[in-house]
Design a protein around this ligand. Structure first.
Ligand code: GLA
Length: 392
């Protein structure tokens, strides 16, 4: 749906108003490499997608706030003073969580608004549809209320909304990528300090192909929390030897080699090994990308998948089959699962001449081997959150 069409839907729904409509947009994200590293204080390399969540907002003359979506059926009207009283279990919990957080930082809504959201990101596919919804809401209200918009603070605030209001214990990567994305650039983010830099993601005749397994990510919450705990156990064991260690990802692979004997539990040891080596792969990837060595970057993507599969154990049959089929295509430089795992998406780097064959062959073989219909998005790297002023 174009911005114009969404604006027309808005006017059809809410009528002509005295105030001006404003349109905001936040993308989804794909993580190129550095999986399950954000909560371990290391480096990640996500990028903003070219599709996301659009929000049309208009001020009202009362204290009511009306939430509606052009692609999800649930809608509701609340008084701005009652925001956050009760969770609904619906998509509006994400924007409401953000409003609760805005209030905590002394930016409460001072007037009512009509809102119409529209999302292009498949829900539950691990492409951060929820972070996109949170970040677009935070950016829109800070703008509408005339407050400062610091995109790092917006990422933090949106993460708190997800952790505290929605109740999902995720790290900072998704909200950060959505808030700070830049056209044709990946984001090298140090998750401990939130220092970051934009790294040119110029892939010439190679395209990013995202493959959606369409496998619902059933186990993801409990397994995610379990992985976080295992990393904490590993950290506690190693802190007895290195008291200054605050995060697992601070260790270099060779330091870890010598220290690993101090982790008794074999499973916990494998989790820690993934974290330390994956963190190094992110730094190696940035070097490879700067040197325009896409083959090397592809190899690192493949290694990342192996590690997530065998050491961190967050992959699943569907992801493994899709990655395996992707890696068989001659024009594929690398392929891996992306996001939390247990379903969701893969990301591959594929030569443009092979993309058609990729979509056909990977799609067919994936269906034969899993019984599921995969979906593929050939996409570039887009911008982070913004107001769409020029287009209206
Ligand atoms: C999910 C979380 C992120 C991150 C990834 C794994 O997307 O929301 O914070 O931990 O999983 O890299």
């Amino acid at each position: 749906m174009t911005t114009q069409e969404l604006k027309q839907k808005f006017v059809l729904k809410y009528g002509e108003g005295q105030h001006k409509e404003h349109v905001f947009y936040a993308p989804g994200r794909v993580n190129l490499i550095g999986e399950h590293i954000d909560y371990n204080g290391g480096y990640v390399l996500p990028a903003a997608l070219e599709f996301g969540t659009t929000l049309v907002v208009r001020e009202r003359n009362d204290n009511k706030i009306h939430f509606a979506s052009a692609n999800l059926s649930f809608e509701i009207t609340l008084d701005i003073h009652d925001i956050g009283e009760e969770k609904t279990g619906e998509w509006i919990d994400y924007p409401i969580g953000v409003m609760v957080e805005l209030k905590k930082i002394a930016c409460p809504l001072t007037k009512g608004y009509d809102l119409l959201f529209h999302g292009d990101i498949p829900n539950g596919a691990g492409l951060s549809s929820s972070a996109s919804l949170e970040v677009v809401t935070a950016y829109a209200f800070l703008t509408m209320e005339g407050k400062e918009k610091d995109t790092v603070e917006i990422a933090r605030l949106s993460q708190r909304a997800e952790n505290q209001y929605v109740g999902v214990n995720s790290g900072i990567m998704d909200q950060f990528a959505v808030a700070n994305g830049k056209l044709d650039h990946a984001i090298l983010l140090m998750c401990d300090t939130l220092e970051y830099k934009h790294v040119p993601f110029v892939t010439g005749s190679y395209k990013l192909v995202i493959g959606n397994t369409n496998k619902r990510r059933g186990l993801v919450d409990s397994a995610y929390n379990e992985r976080r705990q295992q990393c904490e156990v590993a950290l506690e064991c190693l802190q007895k030897e290195v008291p200054a260690l605050t995060y697992l990802a601070q260790l270099k692979p060779d330091q870890y080699e010598t220290l690993q004997v101090h982790i008794e539990d074999e499973t916990v040891r494998r989790r820690a090994e993934h974290v330390v080596k994956e963190n190094q792969r992110v730094l190696d990837s940035v070097e490879a990308l700067s040197a325009n060595n896409l083959e090397e970057f592809g190899q690192l993507m493949n290694q990342s998948h192996e590690s997530l599969r065998f050491l961190y154990e967050v992959s699943c049959d569907e992801l493994d089959v899709m990655v395996d089929e992707a890696q068989r295509i001659p024009g594929t430089l690398g392929a891996r699962m992306t996001g939390a795992g247990f379903g969701g998406c893969t990301v591959s780097l594929v030569h443009e001449d092979s993309v058609e064959q990729f979509v056909k062959q990977v799609g067919e073989n994936y269906k034969t081997r899993t019984g599921l219909e995969g979906e593929f998005y050939v996409c570039g790297v887009g911008d982070g959150v913004k107001e769409l002023k020029e287009e209206i």
